[in-house]
Write a protein that binds this ligand. Sequence first.
Ligand code: ADP
Ligand code: MG
Length: 255
Amino acid sequence: MTLASLSDVSVSRGGRPILRDVSLSLPAGEILAVVGPNGAGKSTLVGAFAGDLPVTAGTVTVDGRPVDQWRPRELALRRSVLPQHTAVAFPFTVEQVIEMGRAPWARTPLAAEDEQAVAEAMALTEMTDFAGRTFSTLSGGERARAALARVLAQRTPILLLDEPTAALDLRHQDLVLTAAANRAATGCAVLAVLHDLNLAAAYADQVAVVADGRVRACGPPSTVLTSELLTEVYHREVEVMAHPRSGTPLVLPVR
Ligand code: ADP
Ligand code: MG
């Protein structure tokens, strides 16, 4: 079952076409990794799925309806968005930031889960000990985990994560993608923009390679992550081999 989709979507920003004829779907139970060079249009694609950016052509659906037909709060109950950068202007604590993820559920029966959802999200991201800290005093990686905890606390069926692992150490990269995989296992649809192609290969059910505003390939990691395509889109010689034990593609720049 598809929880969100882009059909022939084009998006312009600042009067320039950025995404061109992009079609992608987010099936329940799967992680879609979006990879590609800087400036390819990955964050723009996240903004289109989220309903945060207007499209110049094509259709975006969330939960079976055109995204612009949902009221903001109804949309926030269905999809959560981890932006590439999270700015918190006021001196909120980590716990307060994470609680913001529960705002859409106010005055619904599921507001009863607020406390549990916040506690679970903090535990999943190992932020429990930071609950009382002021967000702006956190390190980059800690901020990224707190921002992700807010998204997890929102408990939506669709998760749109823009570079959730970019600031994280090796342990927390796996922690975060394991949390994403567990959400997928419960029937959620997860989109994660990733720069680390080996993380994409290890965790994604499908990988979409985006370059120059287009989807160049989309499919299982082993069919999409080829040295030919990656060398072309990154303008850098890349080799791909199978991991000797798992068989997962191992992607390495040729050095
Ligand atoms: P990615 O996330 O893949 O690095 P983005 O989606 O952020 O790429 O950006 C794609 C292209 O759109 C880039 O060339 C970027 O400079 C341009 N762009 C992004 N936002 C704007 C904007 N608000 N106005 C004009 N151009 C923009
Ligand atoms: Mg980006």
